[in-house]
Design a protein around this ligand. Structure first.
Ligand code: ZN
Length: 123
């Protein structure tokens, strides 16, 4: 299997409901998102998926989230916008958007700080 991955960034605010601590208060992060895609076959150029194409797909979603209040998004009305849930949301959105028969999102990794990240992965 081949895997390619890209990173993108966005800034957004959130609050973790029922956290019982500081993260329950309104605050923001400069989020970093890594998206990995796997597949078995390369195209005639030798690419699994052009980085440019993957970046463009992810950028559409980053644009929706950038400078927003994550708790307002439909997906996070009931689920907390934690890094874990954000990784899963992005995994499902990008999977739905990927469209290639051979291609699968392998993981989405979300950093909310330099030292803290959560991953949702295939399997
Ligand atoms: Zn936070």
């Amino acid at each position: 299997m081949y895997e390619v991955a890209i990173r993108r960034r966005f800034a957004a605010a959130h609050q973790l409901r029922n956290y019982g601590g500081k993260c329950e208060d309104l605050h923001g992060h400069n989020w970093i998102v890594e998206v990995g895609v796997t597949g078995r076959e390369l195209d005639e150029v030798g690419l699994l998926l052009d980085f440019k194409v993957l970046k463009a797909k992810v950028d559409g979603i980053m644009e929706e989230l950038d400078h927003s209040y994550l708790n307002d998004h439909a997906w996070f009305r009931e689920k907390n916008p934690s890094s874990e849930n954000l990784a899963r949301f992005l995994f499902e959105r990008i999977t739905a958007d990927l469209g290639g028969e051979d291609l699968q999102v392998s993981h989405v990794r979300v950093w909310e700080s330099e030292d803290s990240q959560a991953t949702y992965r295939l399997g």
